[in-house]
Ligand binder design. Structure first.
Ligand SMILES: Nc1nc2c(c(=O)[nH]1)N[C@H]1C(S)=C(S)[C@@H](COP(=O)(O)O)O[C@H]1N2
Ligand SMILES: [Mo]
Length: 215
């Protein structure tokens, strides 16, 4: 059942990539507007996943950070919460067209996490892994952005299961598919490794202002 829903959903989104759906041909690199080209504002918060919503308690949740790092770590809930916490407000832009303004996220800054694990000199790619088997790749430079975090709360409330709780990544400057939900592993690499949507026609980067929807 979950399998067939997933296949249908994946086939639809792959077809969008092939047909270049939603491309306006009018990039807005200077951010003249607040809404990137081809996007439409919503005030609700849609849920997107692959038909699976892992149910992970904070007691069983672990975050592993490994690969091209000097100091691989595994945080449990208590060690994650013991890290310095930050708060950041940002806009969400999903490649399926919706944008949601002013989301407040609480959690651990990716820059802090990187200072703990210490990337090796050759590391330049990060792969985020969700407990549902989802992956997405981005450059270490983008991941290290001062607006990026490993979040456990949204608008002051614990992140719900459907939105990726207990913990998800938040990468505000890319389309939202780069913000992996149910985050359980962060892998640093020297050589790029395209993720779930990136191997299915979606852009390797994903700047909404440049309409980097598809590859
Ligand atoms: N683990 C995991 N993370 C994921 C996804 C997913 O299917 N699995 N979908 C991505 C996509 S395509 C989007 S648009 C956002 C949706 O997040 P939301 O459901 O909180 O709106 O999560 C992203 N992160
Ligand atoms: Mo998405």
């Amino acid at each position: 059942m979950a399998g067939s829903i997933r296949e249908r959903l994946v086939a639809i989104k792959q077809a969008w990539a092939q047909s270049g759906r939603l491309l306006t041909g009018k990039p807005d690199p200077g951010h003249a507007g607040r809404l990137p080209p081809g996007q439409r504002l919503v005030t609700n918060w849609p849920v997107l996943d692959l038909g699976i919503k892992p149910d992970i308690s904070t007691a069983e949740w672990r975050l592993r950070v490994d690969g091209a790092v000097a100091n691989p770590i595994q945080w449990d809930w208590a060690s994650y919460l013991a890290q310095p916490q930050i708060s950041d407000v940002s806009d969400i832009h999903c490649v399926t067209q919706w944008s949601r303004f002013d989301n407040r996220w609480d959690g651990v800054a990716t820059s802090h996490l990187l200072s703990v694990v210490q990337p090796l000199p050759g590391a330049n790619v990060v792969v985020l892994h969700g407990a549902d088997g989802y992956t997405t790749n981005l450059t270490l430079e983008r991941f290290a952005g001062d607006d990026c975090l490993i979040a456990h709360a949204h608008d002051g409330l614990p992140l719900s299961r459907e939105h990726g709780g207990p913990v998800r990544a938040i990468i505000p400057r890319w389309y939202f598919w780069k913000s992996a939900k149910w985050l359980v592993r962060i892998e640093l690499l020297a050589v790029d490794k395209p993720g779930f949507w990136e191997v299915r026609g979606y852009h390797n980067e994903g700047d909404p202002w440049l309409e980097q929807r598809y590859s």
